[in-house]
Design a protein around this ligand. Structure first.
Ligand code: SF4
Length: 211
């Protein structure tokens, strides 16, 4: 592994901690930005851009310890991959949408962009831990650093970002990772003659929520 690649692997590894929601540092963006439809996940209908009635003035959830009992298991399962605190504290420098309502539409729009970037960062960091994909670690490291750089852009630059194109490019790389891991798993299965499934830890599983 080259020195640059090694650096990217370590960088991604240390960044993983910040790729989880930190509600203490966020202005309740996931409780405002998305629309909810009353379902088994959410007890109420809520329009996009409107604060959930359970969101308090300090941006904490009034029913945080009873989400499932109150009919909001979707909130308990959701993770923004750290996009909420990044938008709140870095992109908008700690300025919240209640004190600066004029910036709210831009903040809400960019939260959705940032969540996609952070989700990609999480997948890339995960892929960089997979040994069967080590031949792609250089490309994965570059993609991680580029995505991280995009996520640190100003609100104006983030607003101009073609996140769908970036997502497509990263997804193509992740697909190659998945193929390598699956090929390794098949090879293991052939060598051992096992008919049962290979251990699930040997398969790529890009779950929507880090566990
Ligand atoms: S129930 Fe709580 S966590 Fe869920 S959206 Fe409302 S305020 Fe946020």
């Amino acid at each position: 592994m080259s020195e640059e690649c090694d650096h990217a692997v370590h960088r991604a590894d240390s960044a993983r901690l910040s790729l989880r929601g930190d509600c203490e540092s966020c202005f309740g963006l996931c409780c405002v930005v998305p629309a909810f439809s009353a379902s088994t996940d959410f007890a109420i209908d809520k329009d996009a851009g409107k604060a959930c009635p359970h969101l308090q003035s300090d941006f904490r959830c009034a029913i945080h310890t009873h989400l499932r009992e109150q009919g909001f298991p979707g909130c308990a399962a959701y993770d923004c991959f750290g996009a909420g605190q990044k938008i709140s504290q870095l992109t908008f420098g700690g300025e919240d949408w209640r004190r600066a309502p004029g910036r709210a539409p831009q903040m809400f729009e960019l939260f959705l962009v940032m969540r996609q970037l952070h989700e990609l960062l999480w997948y890339l960091a995960e892929a960089l831990t997979l040994q069967p994909a080590r031949q792609l670690h250089g490309a994965l490291g570059l993609a991680f650093e580029e995505t991280e750089r995009l996520a640190e852009n100003s609100p104006e630059s983030l607003g101009e970002l073609d996140v769908a194109t970036h997502r497509r490019e990263v997804s193509a790389l992740l697909l190659r990772v998945s193929e390598l891991v699956r090929a390794k798993s098949r090879h293991r299965k052939d060598c051992t003659g096992l008919t049962s499934a290979v251990p699930t830890s040997a398969t790529v599983s890009f779950s929507p929520h880090p566990s």
